[in-house]
Design a protein around this ligand. Sequence first.
Ligand code: ARG
Length: 593
Amino acid sequence: MQKILDLISEEMKKAFEEAGYDAALGRATLSNRPDLCEYQCNGAMAGAKKYHKAPLVIAQEVAQKLTESEVLAEVSAVAPGFLNMKVKESFVRDYLRNMRENDKFGLAKPEKSKKIIIDYGGPNVAKPLHVGHLRSAIIGESIKRICRYAGHEVIGDIHLGDWGLQMGLIITELQKRQPDLVYFDDDYEGDYPVEAPFTIGELEEIYPTASAKSKEDESYKADAMEATYKLQSGVRGYRALWDHIIAVSVADLKKNYANLNVEFDLWKGESDVHDLIPGMVEMMKRDGYAYESDGALVVDVKEETDTKEVPPCMILKSDGASLYNTTDLATIMDRMEHYCPDEIIYLTDKRQDLYFEQVFRCARKTKLVNEDTELVHIGFGTMNGKDGKPFKTREGGVMRLENLIREINEEMIRKIQENGETKGAAVDMEQAQETAKIVGLAAIKYGDLSNQASKDYIFDMDRFTSFEGDTGPYVLYTIVRIKSILAKYEEQGGKLTDIVIQEATSESEKSLMLELTKYSAMMEAACEEIAPHRICAYIYDLANAFNHFYHETKILTEEDAEKKAGWIALLTLTREVLETCIDLLGFSAPERM
Ligand code: ARG
């Protein structure tokens, strides 16, 4: 389906042409004076010079050609030469009827469907998930859903941090605690136990303990590095222990991500490309890209146009160990070989901006990627507390994700009870908890996604969980309200099928309808700009338009059955659009609130 602005522009172009002017001048835009008109066109202003005519005269001539228009109800030429337009009720009605009949509300397929890999989440095995990983998961999941919905082939990869020093630290600490474990017996040749010698709870305690010790004790750190090295060079017992660590962690991570409504297609990690590293390094040396510098192996990536210093990309440390860069480069190689994507999108904190710049340049220079494969880093800002500093617990520690979610849920339950009480309804505790989980997730995700990703934002529990204002719960509340009206309509004997949208009969109804017509343009922009906040802004406006209409209209007591059914059809479309949008943001609406 064509976008509404394109249809209006077409109408304008015809009129410009008929009046003897260049059709290209007829481009229409949304009005920036909604109090005066719905759409506007500034083509007469632009044409004045070329045609040596007063813009107002051109505008008047064009307006003349539109008196019989099927699209425009009002076209006025105003000084100094603007064209202000209002669209016909019947045109909007037909547009919305089409939206209801078309797949994805008429969203056009992309010119070229791309294969996109999204690298997001990026948790580190055995380290607890903290709020720093939250943004990557939330934004990445939404981008994955948006691009997929828009018609691209999208693969989401969690890219586990499962190969670095943290693994050596855990193994070292285990060895100190349980030196007799069979994994540490070099002479052991039998099978290793199926059960892990630790639980997830122990694992989460072991890592911080080991990490703290290594910072104080040089020899402990040396042991951990040695253990990392042994693991990476394939010592059997170490690999077996590592398998346990991964299995226990991944099971826990899956549970955590499921609670967040986040799903990955691939659970690959840094370790998966370990075997590719020697070949890649060899190639980089052979082709003359990599050279030795202070014992380390590096590739120069600076460019003449750089305004800031871009240091060389390090491929191997002086002890021959690989780094975060090395695994990322090898992962690019692996992805090209297995998926040959048109684009790879990475989601991390924006503090990794320079890092990705180096990695991308190195990948291009060494030809690990095809020339036309795009590498995109989306660096997001920090989630701050109300004090403007990175979000911490009340005690001042790093907030763990589970705790954050628990706190939100508690606050949500409180708000749901409060809301029930003001309505005089009894609140069923079990149901309130179920609802709180759904609404709490919306509060967190909307609070995050409604900001442009690159910006820092303040995590404000009170605001995010509010049922009013630009929040997730407000949008859900609106959906629940629509659902309840639709249910009551059915109770009255009305049917939700075979009903059609009618012409608007009030200002608020038309505003709601016009809001709905913006869907395709908004969705295209959200996908092209990789910008979930576009969807948030849209559903907030849509929810406002709906609530305005709702407060001004007695829907269920309307006596004209056709009119009433038309409103119900309009509500159905509003609900479907809102539900589609929140699904793309990664949350859903409860039955009641
Ligand atoms: N594990 C990393 C971290 O916690 C994030 C990984 C991001 N993805 C990547 N391909 N480097 O910072």
